[in-house]
Design a protein around this ligand. Structure first.
Ligand code: SF4
Length: 265
């Protein structure tokens, strides 16, 4: 009989919860000592957060990129898959590495390179901001097919297309962008052609997208439902991941402490 551990514990990837590796907070604190405040407040994402939370501009918002850098540098990741909006953060992490290595005359931290994903930016259902749970413009991966369809039907389309008979412009429509990810090339071509001459209406176009999205997500949802039935197994996978991640994190922190002249008793 094959036990679940043989089946489920991922060997190639380490899956863990960030807070199960406390070393990240230590590295975050150390990196914050070599990070000028001006660099943090100049980041576009910080300005965006300030706009979103004008009454609560706290250190967490300012220092978040330092924590993200620690998340990457702790494991000496050389390549990080990112969307375009994350490129400034990665460039920031590279600057933190240069600053730390120069300051402590070392080369222990590694400058990570960005690997831009195939679809570098996915907008939310508002068609304006990037898809984000905190902005409530997201499509929940674990939602039911019906809920998914409801969200898709709310999506913004070409704002110039008011009536069904108006020709549309798929190039500025986020529904079309998502079709390019989840629909077949034949369907994408057809929508591109038919939208421009008002042969297809937005309601039908969205229904098609919802159907394709649901089809694409079906195996993930099935796997999720299976995992949900066994929370102990999920917990064990995460604890095993944290244990393996901490081995790497501890080695890096030993080097970091030695580089800055900290000695442990
Ligand atoms: S038909 Fe589709 S691609 Fe064209 S504007 Fe409507 S939703 Fe967008």
């Amino acid at each position: 009989m094959i036990g679940w551990q043989q089946v489920w514990i991922p060997k190639d990837s380490i899956i863990f919860v960030q807070s199960h590796v406390p070393e990240v907070m230590e590295l975050h604190t150390i990196l914050s000592m070599v990070t000028p405040l001006g660099k943090l407040t100049a980041l576009p994402t910080f300005k965006e957060k300030v706009r979103d939370n004008p009454d609560n501009v706290n250190y967490g918002l300012v220092g978040y990129p330092v924590l993200m850098s620690a998340d990457i540098l702790l494991y000496k990741a050389d390549t990080v898959p990112v969307g375009t909006d994350q490129i400034p953060h990665l460039e920031f992490a590279r600057e933190v590495v240069r600053s730390f290595n120069h300051h402590f005359q070392t080369d222990i931290l590694v400058e990570p390179q960005a690997k831009v994903t195939e679809i570098p930016k996915v907008l939310g259902i508002d068609g304006v901001r990037k898809m984000s749970k905190s902005l409530n413009n997201h499509i929940e991966l674990a939602a039911t097919p019906e809920e998914t369809e409801k969200r898709v039907m709310k999506m913004m389309t070409d704002p110039q297309r008011i009536k069904r008979t108006d020709p549309g412009n798929p190039d500025i429509c986020n529904v079309y962008t998502l079709h390019k990810i989840f629909s077949s090339s034949g369907e994408v071509e057809e929508i591109n052609r038919d939208c421009r001459v008002a042969e297809i209406g937005c309601v039908d176009c969205k229904r098609k997208l919802a159907a394709n999205l649901n089809k694409h997500l079906e195996p993930f949802r099935a796997k999720r439902a299976e995992l949900e039935k066994d929370p102990d197994m999920v917990r064990d996978i995460l604890l095993d991941g944290a244990k393996r991640a901490r081995v790497i994190a501890s080695e890096t922190m030993e080097e970091v402490r030695a580089a800055i002249g900290f000695f442990r008793s």
